[in-house]
Design a protein around this ligand. Structure first.
Ligand code: GLU
Length: 468
């Protein structure tokens, strides 16, 4: 459904009245490409998308790149990629930098009607040079608009003075371009974060000067960081790409972004995009800001990971594991790796967890014999002689086993461990197999690394103890 990237429909996209005379809903997703796609930007896209699709309408993707100094193609691409990645699509795509002539026409009309004027002023950017700023003749009226989320809002616009709407006749400013585009694209609803509330009276003044219809407004509260201040790039990873790189699932991020600050009438927490569309109503958006909580996002991701088809999970788990193991220069064992998948499934919320666990050495011993620290073998409730006895006894139990499953290893050892002291028996066994203070229990480890490797490691520990 996404039109080819970069395609731009010029100006007016045709009438938007359906045959029954009711206006077709049209909303816009207008990011400024001045940074990577933020989770707040993704939410702006999602809320507009949900509203459009719920109401049988269209969503326009509009790159607001009039601030040429700060806008980059890299950021534009990142926003397009991130929005596509979370599974959203759009009906039309525009770039403001390609629409200058439309804005110039509007500016000329305003000037011709004396609703705006050119004022020669010293440039703020380059002091000493004169520029021809275009300013709106502000009638200074009081503006009231009805906000779908917040009710009636009134602003006295006198204090705004004759504000600038273009840096030069061919260099329009944000307020003008937004107003001209919203009108020419037949936008019916402007749904955006509450940081834009104070822009609304300015934009209404420009609309009125140009004789445009007023769209409906809905300003929703922003996501907050854990300290309840505005979520910002400075405070860590809020870019969608970061979550993508860490291996979050797009459906999990989409679901979390959608339901943070919105309670669907069903009260469900887990919703697909089409379920969100079915339930969506702007009036159910919360009136105060919601905290973006990593724990909750991880919970969503765990839910979606657990719903992943087994084959898909296996493939991805093996891919991530192999990459992480290779990065440590450890040799790969496909057979062992396959047996690790169920364990991985229990231990991660997000693929990045697996990478971190591998980096921290939690999987090395599944692939290579661990170095053992002699005094540690007999550390728990035991003596070197005691540990030697226990390990020798375990060897006797394990050697005859035909099956080396978790259960058969446990059945073979458990009565002896229960009788002789679980810590004293199982610590040296687990330590001999893993070389680590913490690891999954020794029965699981033994079943994954297999009989031959397990026995070899137990014998190696006994040999080490003999030196004492
Ligand atoms: N380009 C603006 C932004 O990225 C959005 C403007 C609007 O929604 O009117 O914040």
């Amino acid at each position: 459904m996404n039109p080819v990237r970069g395609s731009t429909k010029a100006g007016n996209s045709g009438g938007n009245r359906a045959s029954n005379g009711v206006k077709k809903v049209r909303v816009r997703f207008p990011p400024s490409p001045t940074g990577y796609c933020h989770v707040g930007t993704a939410r702006m896209a999602l809320l507009n998308y949900l509203f459009a699709k719920k109401n049988g309408g269209d969503i326009v993707f509009r790159i607001e790149d009039t601030d040429r100094a700060r806008s980059t193609k890299e950021f534009e691409d990142d926003i397009v990629d991130s929005i596509s990645w979370i599974g959203l699509a759009w009906d039309e795509f525009y770039r403001q930098s390609e629409r200058t002539s439309i804005y110039v026409e509007a500016l000329q009309k305003l000037i011709a009607e004396d609703k705006a004027y050119v004022s020669e002023e010293e440039s703020k950017k380059e002091p000493g040079t004169m520029v021809k700023v275009v300013r709106l003749r502000n009638p200074g009226t009081s503006i009231t608009f009805t906000d779908i989320v917040r009710g009636n809002i009134t602003f006295d616009t006198k204090e705004l003075g004759d504000f600038a709407i273009a840096r030069a006749i061919d260099d329009p400013l944000y307020h003008l371009t937004v107003v001209v585009d919203d009108a020419s694209m037949h936008i019916t609803h402007v749904i955006r974060g509450e940081e834009h509330i104070s822009n609304t009276p300015r934009q209404i003044l420009i609309q009125e000067a140009l004789g445009y219809e007023r769209p409906q407004y809905a300003h929703y509260p922003l996501f907050l960081g854990s300290d309840r201040s505005k979520l910002s790039k400075r405070k860590g990873d809020v870019a969608v790409r970061e979550y993508r790189n860490k291996g979050y699932l797009p459906q999990a991020l989409l679901n979390y972004i959608g339901t943070l600050g919105w309670t669907p009438p069903s009260g469900k927490e887990l919703l697909t995009l089409s379920e969100m569309i079915d339930e969506f109503d702007l009036k159910d958006l919360h009136k105060s800001g919601a905290v973006f909580d990593m724990e909750k996002l991880n919970w969503y991701n765990r839910m979606y990971l657990s719903q992943m088809r087994e084959d898909d999970f296996n493939d991805e788990a093996l891919r991530v594991l192999e990459e992480a193991i290779a990065a440590k220069g450890i040799s790969w064992n496909e057979n062992t790796a396959h047996k690790l998948v169920p364990l991985i499934r229990e231990r991660i919320s997000v693929w990045e967890d697996l990478r971190v666990q591998v980096r921290e050495g939690e999987y090395d011993f599944f692939f290579i014999d661990p170095p053992l620290d002699l005094p540690r073998i007999a550390e728990k409730k035991s003596t070197p002689a005691g540990a030697t006895t226990h390990l020798l006894t375990l060897l006797e139990f394990l050697e005859p086993l035909a099956s080396f499953s978790e259960q058969s290893v446990k059945d073979a050892i458990w009565p002896y461990a229960a009788q002789s002291g679980r810590g004293a028996v199982l610590w040296p066994f687990r330590y001999a197999l893993t070389g680590r203070d913490t690891s999954p229990d020794p029965f699981i480890v033994a079943s994954i690394i297999g009989k031959e490797t397990s026995l070899r490691r137990v014998r190696a520990a006994i040999q080490l103890l003999e030196v004492l």
